[in-house]
Ligand binder design. Structure first.
Ligand SMILES: *Cc1c(COP(=O)(O)O)cnc(C)c1O
Length: 241
């Protein structure tokens, strides 16, 4: 596809997604300014990121460092400045790379990961915003810290309270809130209602942790209804992967 044709396609998709967000906010009695749209550009080229930036969408999400790092470098080399959100499962050996370009990491779900990220972030000139990813069903395959406890009364490295404390203790990290990926088998309203309850408990203990990152292409309305402040949209903006 030529660049102008792709630009038109992205502009039309963006208009549709913004309309969905506005309608969902109206339904929920919320101000659309309270919902940040993040374009998840995984598998799509850096040129798409540049076009989205020119259309005014400056919050960009990626889920793999191997792909995100070169893309961030290409966008920066073009003189375009965006805010990179790292939304995928993060391996500890990628922390040094990710802190080099990300403004926000949405997916911290372990105590050791929090410590490694905190050490890596010390090289930055400003703190790194961090969300703790919450697993609502405890499925270890999909990532996320858990609130359920084992026989000893702790979920170990992935215990939500311990992960929150580890992030909050990192001087180069700012605990900004929670994120989830809705479990496949759950109706989205149930998932996002449960996240909303957890988010309120987290906010009561950490007042700066007011971000709720929830909602994707198929279920952004349910997420906004339950208070999402950040929606992560791939397919509806970029097309199918
Ligand atoms: C890919 C991805 C999204 C976007 O999903 P779509 O259904 O394409 O909108 C959101 N969040 C995470 C963590 C992702 O990996």
């Amino acid at each position: 596809m030529t660049l102008p044709a792709r630009r038109q396609e992205l502009a039309a998709n963006l208009a549709r997604v913004r309309e969905r967000i506005e309608r969902a906010c109206a339904q929920a009695g919320r101000d659309p300014a309270g919902v940040t749209l993040i374009a998840v550009t995984k598998t799509f080229p850096a040129t798409d990121v540049m076009q989205l930036a020119e259309l005014g969408l400056l919050d960009i999400g990626e889920n793999r460092d191997q792909e995100a790092a070169p893309k961030a470098a290409a966008v920066a080399a073009a003189g375009i400045s965006v805010r990179w959100h790292f939304v995928g499962q993060l391996q500890r050996n990628k922390c040094r790379s990710v802190v080099g370009y990300a403004e926000v990491v949405h997916s911290v779900d372990g105590v050791r990961l929090a410590h490694t990220l905190a050490t890596a972030a010390q090289r930055r000139d400003r703190p790194l915003d961090v969300l703790v990813q919450v697993s609502l069903d405890g499925d270890p395959e999909r990532g996320g810290a858990v609130t359920t406890t084992d026989a000893e009364g702790s979920a170990g490295d992935r215990d939500l309270d311990r992960v929150l404390a580890a992030v909050a203790a990192g001087s180069a990290l700012r605990l900004r809130g929670v994120m989830t990926v809705a479990p496949m088998a759950w109706p989205p309203p149930r998932a996002y209602a449960q996240l909303s309850t957890i988010a309120a408990q987290v906010r009561a203990r950490y007042p700066g942790a007011d971000i709720i990152s929830a909602g994707m292409s198929g279920d952004l309305e349910a997420a906004i209804e339950q208070g999402a402040t950040h929606v992560r949209i791939g397919t509806a903006l970029l097309g199918s992967r």
